[in-house]
Ligand binder design. Structure first.
Ligand code: HPA
Length: 248
């Protein structure tokens, strides 16, 4: 049975509940090992693969994730569509804690990450169009699935990808707001660009865990609150993916 979709889970999503007929694969790639074994299984009549971006027990920091191995391994297993689930901080006024958003743009503030499959001696350099960094059809499918499932989502917004693992300063977030970033997260890039390099349809489901620095009414960001909010909003992801697949 071929794969209909792959999901890369971020902080708070380490396994995909409700899968049947489960197979676990340790995939090796020319770029090393992915973050964890890839678990595939049936969701109703469809087959999905799941990979925990930070490893099953969250041991891999955002700047140390082997994004190339992760994307390559899912593609090697037959994934042609990938949904990346990312915890984020909210910058725009309607992107507060527990909001679920499907962004449509990216600004990349990361540095020092290996960000292309071309980054190998002798590899042919391939440029990609990245004007629209996410797949329009997969984004539209997610937004429509959310409406059918009664899950509130914000359609669109700009994901600002930061290096982490520390959270940002207020000045950094103020600059990001001026730049046009609506959300801030540490893992959206280079994942999206690598998916494009392999011709994968990729979209992001961003889960707002907290107001970004200086955007809420507290002087500091509480990590406890981040994890509470994440647990609440992450619960919408499996029904959202199920609604996406059941309508196709
Ligand atoms: N900044 C960056 N990444 C995040 C945040 C944040 O405030 N919250 C959750 N992931």
């Amino acid at each position: 049975m071929s794969l209909d979709l792959a999901v890369i889970g971020g902080t708070g999503l380490y396994q995909f509940p409700g899968l049947t007929d489960v197979a676990t694969q340790h995939v090796d790639t020319p770029f090393g090992a992915p973050s964890d074994a890839i678990v595939s299984g049936r969701l109703g009549e469809r087959r999905i693969a799941f990979l925990a971006r930070h490893g099953g027990s969250h041991t891999i920091a955002p700047h140390r994730v082997n994004y190339r191995a992760n994307v390559w391994a899912l593609h090697a297993l037959g994934a042609r569509r990938v949904v990346g689930v990312n915890a984020v901080g909210g910058i725009r006024d309607d992107m507060g804690p527990r909001v679920l958003a499907v962004p449509d743009q990216i600004i990349d503030y990361t540095h020092g990450r290996v960000s292309s499959f071309c980054d190998v001696d002798g590899a042919k350099v391939e440029h990609i169009d990245f004007s629209e960094p996410y797949s329009a059809s997969l984004r539209a499918g997610l937004v429509a699935a959310a409406a059918r499932a009664g899950i509130a989502v914000v359609d669109g917004g700009c994901y600002g990808a930061t290096q982490g693992p520390r959270l940002e300063t207020r000045a950094e977030i103020a600059r990001m707001r001026r730049d046009g970033s609506d959300l801030v997260g540490m893992t959206g890039m280079p994942e999206a660009a690598l998916a494009r390099e392999l011709g994968i349809d990729y979209a992001c489901v961003a889960l707002v865990a907290n107001w970004a620095a200086g955007c809420g009414d507290t002087a500091e960001i509480s990590l406890e609150e981040i994890f509470e909010n994440l647990a609440a909003v992450t619960a919408h992801v499996p029904p959202l993916i199920a609604a996406l697949l059941s309508s196709e």
